[in-house]
Write a protein that binds this ligand. Sequence first.
Ligand SMILES: Nc1nc2c(ncn2[C@@H]2O[C@H](COP(=O)(O)OP(=O)(O)OP(=O)(O)O)[C@@H](O)[C@H]2O)c(=O)[nH]1
Ligand SMILES: [Mg+2]
Length: 381
Amino acid sequence: MNEIVLAGIVLALLIVLLVARSATLRRPTEADLEDLEDLEELEDDELLEEDLDTELAELEAELELEEEVEEALEEAEAEAPPAPVEAPPSRWARGLAKTRGALGNTLKALKLRDKMDADAWEEIEEALIRADVGMDATERVLEALRDAKTSPEELQDALRRELVDILEVGDTTLNTRPGEVAVWLVTGVNGVGKTTSIAKLGRRLKDDGFSVVLAAGDTFRAAAIEQLGTWATRLGVHMVKHAPGADPGAVVFDAIEHAKAKKIDVVIVDTAGRLQTKTNLMEELKKVHRIADREAGGVSEVLLVLDATVGQNGLSQAKAFQEAVGATGVILTKLDGTAKGGIVIAIQEQLGIPVKAVGVGEGIEDLENFDPEAFVTAMLE
Ligand SMILES: Nc1nc2c(ncn2[C@@H]2O[C@H](COP(=O)(O)OP(=O)(O)OP(=O)(O)O)[C@@H](O)[C@H]2O)c(=O)[nH]1
Ligand SMILES: [Mg+2]
């Protein structure tokens, strides 16, 4: 009996267990399904969020990398030397553009020939004379080239060497006197560019650390004194002047006294390019020179200003000045406006006066110290 009761209890327990299990495995209700969907959505959202997070992290890393690259590039740029820019043509090249046009083209055409025959020599001779190199210098140079049996190929280089040889004999230094007043007399006929050149020289001296005073020695015209005065103001230097018509010698005397008192290095004297017909220009210049010589203990430079556009006629002017007051050097102006730059060679060759500086424009910076090598190269190439 007991066994039957026990079996009944076990059976009842089994039934209870089965019922309980079936209760847990019941079919999901709609609410359950919704819950499940919510759960899935939540999981999806979480997954999406995770994806977004990694994407964001990747983007941030990329951005950081880009910033680093940019920074590195900027640093490299700052350290690297500036990109090479094509050098602008030198002042020589610009100043001699017209001369080069005439001579350079002839040389280029001759280079294509097989040999230098009589025609070829004649062509180069004409071109040199057209460029105002002058008969004497042209003959001398061509004789040397002919003797050396120069070929069309070698012509340009050989010509350059010959011309530089002529020009290199002159001393192109503009002399100052350490501890003493140096006087520079600037002479030349009217309109050649004396006053403008004085301004350019003043500027050059100031840039080089010298003190300067200008002397308005062209007392013939009131406008000349004013013009020099305008430059003096622009340069920030003192100008010594007297009334128009006054004795230029007295102006120079005062300017030298002023320079001595103020310990000024250089007095640059403007002079007249023409005078009343009764007064002799050369006599006047001699007088100014004498006074300067006496008061300053020597004239450091007598600079003859020649206008390159005047060409060979300038040479006869130069001779007259040379005889009156001597000339330690020539300032050749307006080289920018002429195809006759060869005049530099004629001046050196015929007068034995070195060209010390060259004007290549109207601006205050447009003055070049004369450099034979640069000059001849710019003239031929
Ligand atoms: N293109 C060019 N013009 C120049 C140069 N030098 C001077 N000039 C010009 O030439 C003209 C005459 O110059 P000035 O300096 O007044 O000449 P100046 O010899 O003092 O003349 P006067 O006082 O009348 O005897 C001006 O218009 C200048 O600007 C130069 O190198 N190139
Ligand atoms: Mg003048």
